[in-house]
Every structure is written in structure tokens, then in C-alpha cells.
Design a protein around this ligand. Structure first.
Ligand code: SAM
Length: 248
């Protein structure tokens, strides 16, 4: 089976052409693995899901109605086991968060934790993020979209499976408010360079880095340390954060 994280063939090509179709249907940026569910994860999926879970069938959301208030809105794509998202939702009660992840144990874990901590500012999709962005989230509705440690798909023949593509960032641009940000982080240098290359060519965004560190920014304090980052640090890998602002 393809493993998006452990295939270490060096990256040699650039991103897909910017004129590629908006939604590359049929191309999946993830591998669904059969995983054993813990009792807590099962409880999350069965008992908490009806309150905090959302599906494509729920259609286009009115986020003010969904959360019952007006607040800054953050979407996290591919939250994994959800540690970073839970921590942010708990420490920023005045911000609303929407997590999107296809991995059932991660979704179950996030829901279980959200319930145990009494969080009301969090909703979850167990769906492909591209479909959720296209079909469920309104235009110009998000303050931030965060993508932390996406699968790097290092083999050249798998580069088309990387989620960061011209079509993806064009879609993200439409969902961000003017002034909203796309925040990406990776511990894979070739993917960081790919992200910068895609973003430099993407209309409507400016890089927020200062010249001394551009195109990267130091890890902002509001991004919690994830399991993947901690693992990378132990192995002596670097981590690269990139934050782009929608200006147009
Ligand atoms: C390498 S993991 C990183 C998880 C987490 N962000 C972290 O830092 O620990 C990437 C995650 O993105 C999810 N993912 C990849 N493509 C996705 C997509 N199109 N929609 C939703 N989730 C996706 C995968 O299931 C996986 O859990």
C-alpha cells in the first residue's frame, strides 16, 4: 500500500500546472487505513457525533447559525488525532473551529475529547476536505485555514496526491475572507519548498514572512506542537511554517 509519509524517494518535480481543473476529482490526498478503534474513540463517533458531527449531506452551512454567534472562524484540514485542534479550541473559546479529517479513529478521538472538555466552539466533518470546502463552506467565511503536517507524498509519481496544488489553494482563496490566512506547516523540506512554489504562483495571496526568514515564518505561539512535529524534532528534522494572507 502507498504510504504518504514514509516513502523517502527524493522530490524532483514541481507542482501541477496552475491551469489544472479546480477540483482534481478522483485524486485522493490520503490513504484510508483500517485501524482498531478504542472504546473512547467509538464513544466519540457514536455518542458525540450527533451533536458535533457534520456531513456533506447537510449542505452549505450558515456558520453564524451553526455556532449560534458571530466569531472568528478557523478550519483545520487533516487534523489527524486532533491534539492541536483540541488545544486550540480549548484555549480560544471566542473562536469557532471546524475540523475536517477522513481517519475515523482521529475523528472519534477528537469528538470524545471535545465532549470531555465541554467544548461548544468545535464541529467536525469526516469527509474529504476538498468536497467540504467546495460544497459546505460559504465563500469568504473563514479567517484562517490551517494545514499542519499534510502527507508529503515524497515519490515523484505520487506528487499529484499532495493536497497543496494550485487548484486546492485557489479553492481555499475563495473560502477565506479578505485578509484571512492560509497557514501551512511541514517537517518535510521538499514539501515546504513545493508549498512556497505553489503559493508564489497563486494569485490573491501575499506571504507574511519578513525578509530574514522568508518564505517561512517562525512557529507562531498559537500553533501547538503536534505529535508529528515532536517526532521530527527528535529525528533532527526541521519544521517550516508558511503563512499567506488573502489580499484579493
Ligand atoms: C500526516 S497526517 C498529519 C495529522 C496532523 N495534522 C498532525 O500534525 O498530527 C495527515 C492527515 O491528513 C489527513 N488527510 C489527508 N488528506 C485529506 C483530505 N483530503 N481530507 C481530509 N483529511 C485528509 C489524513 O487522513 C491524515 O490524518
Amino acid at each position: 500500500m502507498n504510504d504518504p509519509y514514509h516513502d523517502e524517494t527524493p522530490s524532483t518535480t514541481g507542482p501541477e500546472h496552475p491551469d489544472a481543473p479546480l477540483h482534481r476529482r478522483g485524486i485522493k490526498s490520503y490513504v484510508l487505513r483500517a485501524g482498531r478503534m478504542t472504546a473512547a474513540q467509538t464513544r466519540g463517533l457514536e455518542e458525540v457525533w450527533p451533536r458535533l458531527g457534520l456531513t456533506l449531506a447537510d449542505g452549505r452551512q450558515d456558520l453564524d447559525s451553526l455556532f449560534g454567534r458571530q466569531a472568528p472562524r478557523v478550519v483545520e484540514v487533516g487534523f489527524g488525532m486532533g491534539a492541536s485542534l483540541i488545544e486550540q479550541a480549548e484555549t480560544h473559546p471566542d473562536t469557532d473551529f471546524i475540523g475536517i479529517e477522513v481517519h475515523a479513529p482521529g475523528v472519534g478521538k477528537l469528538l470524545d475529547e471535545a465532549d470531555k472538555r465541554g467544548l461548544t466552539n468545535l464541529r467536525v466533518y469526516r469527509e474529504d476536505a476538498l468536497a467540504v470546502l467546495e460544497r459546505c463552506l460559504p465563500e469568504a467565511s473563514l479567517d484562517t485555514l490551517q494545514l499542519f503536517f499534510p502527507d508529503p507524498w515524497p515519490k515523484k509519481k505520487h506528487h499529484k496526491r499532495r493536497i497543496v496544488q494550485p487548484a486546492f489553494v485557489a479553492l481555499v482563496r475563495t473560502r477565506l475572507k479578505l485578509g484571512g490566512t492560509l497557514h501551512m506547516a511541514t517537517d518535510w523540506k521538499a514539501y515546504a519548498e513545493w508549498m512556497a512554489e505553489v503559493m508564489e504562483a497563486a494569485p490573491g495571496f501575499v506571504n507574511t514572512a519578513t525578509p530574514d526568514t522568508a518564505p517561512y515564518v517562525p512557529r507562531p505561539a498559537f500553533r501547538p506542537l503536534t505529535k508529528f512535529e515532536a517526532r521530527g524534532e527528535k529525528l533532527g528534522h526541521g519544521v517550516w511554517d508558511l503563512i499567506y494572507r488573502r489580499v484579493d
